[in-house]
Every structure is written in C-alpha cells, then in structure tokens.
Design a protein around this ligand. Structure first.
Ligand SMILES: C[S@@+](CC[C@H](N)C(=O)[O-])C[C@H]1O[C@@H](n2cnc3c(N)ncnc32)[C@H](O)[C@@H]1O
Length: 264
C-alpha cells in the first residue's frame, strides 16, 4: 500500500507534478481543483489517474521525479553536473558536506540522496525568497525518502556565517560553491576543508572559473580538475536508426575541483 507524504504524478510527455497528500479540496497548480486524498489516495504506483483532460501515472517519489517536479526560483544544478560533483568529491554515507548557495536546492537534493541517513549537510543562503523554495524542496525529499542526512540550514552570506557553519561541523569532507562570486567564499571557508577533502565551484562563465582557480591556490588547495561536461541526448530517427535529437546543445557551467592535500 502506498502512503507517500507527496504523490508524484507524471504526464505522458514526462512533466512531473508533486502533490502534497493532505486532505481538502483545493486548487493544485497545473492540475485543477480536487482533494488529493480522495482522488489519489493510496493508489499503487503505475495507476493511471484522470484529472480533467490529463492522464497521469502515479510513480514513486525518487530523486529524478522530485527533481523534475521541484519548485524553482534560482537557476538549478541538474543531474549532469551534480552527479559529476558527487563522484569527483567522493560524497557518500557519513560525510560532512557544506554547500552554498542553497538556491532552489537542485544540487542539495542530489547531495542529500547520496549522503543517506548518516551524513551532515549544511546549506547556506542569504536570500529568504530563495531559501523558502529550496527548503520546501528539501522537505519534500526528507518526507519522501527512508533516509535523510542531518540537514542544517544557515541564513546569510557564507563569508559572514563561518562561526555558525562551524557550530554544525568543525571540518567538512566536501564543500560545493554555486555563487556569483567565488573568491571571497573560498577565502572564508577553505580552512574548514578536512585534509583529503575537496572543494568544487560551479562557474557559469570563464572569468569565474579563472578567479576560483586563483583563489583556491591562494587558499592552499591543489586544483585537481577544471572543465565542462557536455551531454548529448540521442533518440530514434523517424526512418530507423538512432541519432542525436534535435534541439539546443547547451552550456551549464565550468566546474573546478580542488583538494586540500596538506595540513597547512
Ligand atoms: C544559482 S543559485 C544556486 C542554485 C542551487 N545550486 C541549485 O541547484 O538549486 C545561487 C545562490 O547563491 C546565493 N548566494 C549569493 N551570494 C551568496 C553568498 N555570499 N553566500 C551564500 N549564498 C549566496 C544566491 O542568493 C542564490 O540563491
């Protein structure tokens, strides 16, 4: 029997709706006016639910569905770059991870999923209107998954809240910065990186990655890798065979990864 706090409903074209399973008739954005408890109830995964003209399939609230159906405000980091960060930084069970800014929590949900139930995840965000959205997405994930790390959110610019960050963990195994300006943040938190731990910066433009590189070296870190990842989706061609699908071949960001290799 399905008893999710948030129901995931997927349209035929793949659009995902994440609906809070609380009783009461109300307007649910993109789906119309209904009571989710009466209409969706404990319907098993795979059940097709009709809402007006829409046919939606109920699916489990896994990371890809919660990401696709997330609330959005700030630009988000998607699976392509989040997956690479997690692999290159070696993030897993029991780790201590510091992340700024939280934004809409696109990256945060990936980190929380990788940490499982035994890690510490500290997020930082100065803009309440971004944090409101990001924390709602994190709450959906926490309520949906069996395991979730100890999550602490710190309000403020990362440069100004180092003592509060330190109160949650003295050192971190991984620090990820997705910010408009990296150098001041790197200067502020590089000393929180444990020996062997890695810091990653997400830099939409080249000037940012260059400045992040210089700041990381200035803070005593060793730059391990910088570059970008390109993703090209393929599909079935109408006359048979496979080929890259039509559409934009976009840019997300340049990534920089640096490691603390010594005590000083
Ligand atoms: C592009 S968004 C982050 C998106 C997030 N990584 C995601 O995947 O949803 C950048 C965020 O950094 C926040 N920010 C800007 N300056 C900051 C600072 N000094 N310290 C912490 N966060 C900051 C912004 O308010 C914004 O929400």
């Amino acid at each position: 029997m399905v008893n999710d706090a948030w129901a995931v409903l997927v349209e035929a074209e793949g659009k995902v709706h994440v609906v809070e399973m609380s009783a009461g008739v109300r307007k649910i954005k993109g789906l119309g006016v209904f009571d989710p408890v009466e209409t969706i109830g404990s319907a098993p995964y795979g059940t097709v639910i009709t809402l007006g003209q829409k046919q939606l399939t109920r699916m489990p609230p896994r990371l890809p569905e919660l990401s696709r159906g997330m609330l959005r405000r700030a630009q988000t980091i998607s699976a392509k770059d989040a997956g690479y960060f997690i692999a290159k930084l070696g993030i897993g069970s029991g780790d201590r991870v510091l992340e700024a800014g939280l934004g809409s929590a696109g990256l945060s949900m990936h980190i929380a999923r990788s940490l499982g139930g035994s890690g510490t995840h500290v997020t930082v965000e100065p803009r309440s209107e971004h944090a409101d959205v990001g924390l709602k997405n994190m709450e959906r994930a926490r309520a949906s998954w069996q395991e979730f790390p100890g999550h602490h959110h710190v309000h403020g610019a990362i440069e100004e809240v180092v003592d509060e960050i330190r109160s949650h963990s003295e050192f971190f195994d991984a620090i990820i910065l997705d910010l408009p300006q990296h150098p001041t943040a790197i200067d502020a938190v590089a000393s929180l990186l444990a020996v062997g731990g890695r810091m990653a910066c997400y830099c939409p433009v080249t000037s940012q990655v260059e400045l992040a590189w210089e700041a990381a070296e200035g803070a005593g870190l060793t730059v391990e890798w910088a570059g970008e990842l390109m993703e090209r989706q393929w599909g079935k061609a109408s006359k048979g065979g496979m080929r890259p699908v039509n559409g934009p071949f976009g840019h997300t960001a340049f990534l920089l990864i640096a490691q603390r290799t010594s005590i000083e």
